[in-house]
Design a protein around this ligand. Structure first.
Ligand SMILES: NC(=O)c1ccc[n+]([C@@H]2O[C@H](COP(=O)([O-])OP(=O)(O)OC[C@H]3O[C@@H](n4cnc5c(N)ncnc54)[C@H](O)[C@@H]3O)[C@@H](O)[C@H]2O)c1
Length: 303
């Protein structure tokens, strides 16, 4: 992994180290060397694939849950004043969103206008008693541990439960990084498979720069044991079918796709993020990149 070490009160100094978050001794050594000069830890290292996790649940748990614990322990031991920002996922809610009263429209699943979650699901959704996939569970374990290091040890921890995060540098693959993979297939003329829901499953999409800007707000003014849903919101939401329309339009060529009947285990039929809590605490932050612009950037990076 790349550990990015940013030190100094103005975060001016930047160093790269390659190490595995499962290697506790090496992680500890790096943090010991930085000590109290460490200003912030942004932990985005993960086994990020929902589907792959089921094939190697032990590796998935070691990287996502145990690796996070090692980073927290090293931070607590050597750099307890550092802000600790963790990229969690909406998969910690399991498939609870699928219990929402969704209506099947022509091109997408949708909530009735006026439903409390119409403009996005907030952090009060239960994490409990739903189907998560091993990935959702390993990330939930990490998410709760990050919160606990705030509540129990008073550390400046913050969890971002992200919807789809993407951008021009995203290396999307079939089962992870949907917009990036979709645009790559469109540009390359490769076949694309839609996994279930007739392509009407809805996701909101946030540009990585907007996520980084949100993290930067937290790093400058961190709280204790904070949890935020983070995503592109309704205006940056699309179904797979709508995303295909956009990709074809931007790339100026048709995509060859098929639709399999089987959706991925624990997959959401509809997810739009409410960022109300985050905006309430950090009003200076707003999203700068819309869905079309993000896809155009991905397209330009592909070609
Ligand atoms: N992209 C999304 O849509 C999305 C959505 C929700 C949450 N997230 C979270 O955002 C974070 C980044 O995901 P991404 O989508 O950029 O995926 P990614 O695969 O591009 O990034 C994950 C990084 O973790 C590193 N890594 C993997 N195993 C490691 C290990 N044992 N030790 C150290 N580093 C290791 C990889 O080398 C890679 O650089 C993850 O925590 C993921 O769960 C991503």
């Amino acid at each position: 992994m790349s550990v990015v070490i940013v030190t100094g009160s103005d975060c001016r100094f930047y160093t790269h180290r390659d190490l595995d978050v499962r290697d506790r001794a090496s992680v500890d050594r790096v943090f010991a060397r930085c000590g109290r000069s460490l200003a912030a830890v942004v932990h985005a290292a993960a086994q990020p694939s929902h589907e792959w996790a089921a094939s190697e649940p032990v590796v998935d748990f070691e990287v996502n849950a145990l690796g996070t614990l090692y980073l927290l322990e090293a931070t607590r031991a050597h750099s307890p004043d550092a802000a600790f920002v963790f990229t969690s996922t909406n998969k910690v809610y399991g498939d609870a969103p699928n219990a929402l009263p969704l209506v099947e429209l022509d091109r997408r699943m949708e909530l009735p206008r006026g439903h409390r979650d119409y403009d996005g699901i907030d952090e009060t959704m239960s994490l409990d008693q739903s189907r998560h996939s091993p990935y959702g569970v390993s990330k939930a374990a990490a998410d709760l541990t990050v919160q606990e290091y705030g509540r129990h040890f008073g550390m400046k921890t913050a969890v971002f439960r992200c919807g789809c995060v993407t951008g021009p540098a995203h290396a999307g693959v079939e089962l992870h990084g949907f917009l990036s993979h979709l645009m790559r297939c469109t540009v390359a003329g490769a076949a694309y498979t839609i996994h279930g829901y007739g392509g009407k499953q809805v996701r909101d999409n946030i540009h990585s720069e907007d996520l980084v800007a949100a993290m930067w707000e937290v790093v400058q003014n961190p709280g204790i044991g904070k949890v935020y849903n983070m995503g592109g919101g309704r205006r940056s939401s699309c179904s797979v079918l709508e995303a295909i329309d956009l990709c074809q339009e931007i790339a100026g060529r048709p995509l060859r796709y098929t639709c399999s009947d089987r959706h991925r285990a624990g997959d959401h039929a509809w997810w739009i993020t409410s960022v109300q809590r985050f905006v309430g605490e950090y009003p200076a932050w707003s999203r700068r990149h819309g869905l079309r612009e993000t896809l155009e950037q991905i397209h330009d990076a592909c070609v």
